[in-house]
Design a protein around this ligand. Structure first.
Ligand code: SF4
Ligand code: SF4
Length: 103
């Protein structure tokens, strides 16, 4: 088996794609692709890099479209790429293991 979100989207609703602190430059580059309506922008510095939390009204990532696809998939940051990899703490998917077996 392989890790495959398509099998679970109808159940999980891509809930892992919630509002998160992304690099501000990623937001500036891609904000024209935002889908979910922005309620508030919160900026701060972390490890000398400017970060931004793009808060939406439903608390899902602004780049998650209504078919539950990522609008910036090829440009998504490491935290998104690594989600589901159980070698990282706090990155476990509640629905499947890293090898795609169900929980
Ligand atoms: S990582 Fe898990 S919660 Fe996120 S979309 Fe895939 S199956 Fe759903
Ligand atoms: S950038 Fe894409 S993969 Fe990352 S949380 Fe947003 S919709 Fe999900």
């Amino acid at each position: 088996m392989t890790f495959d979100c398509e099998k679970y989207k109808s159940v999980c609703g891509s809930r892992c794609c919630s509002c998160f602190p992304m690099p501000k430059k990623l937001w500036e580059k891609n904000k024209n692709k935002a889908v979910r309506k922005v309620a508030e922008l919160q900026t701060f510095s972390m490890k000398d890099e400017e970060r931004i939390i793009v808060l939406t009204y439903d608390m899902l990532c602004t780049f998650l479209d209504y078919q539950l696809n990522c609008r910036i998939y090829d440009d998504r940051p490491p935290i998104c790429r690594n989600f589901g990899n159980e070698e990282f703490p706090f990155m476990h998917c509640p629905f499947q293991h890293t090898d795609g077996t169900p929980r």
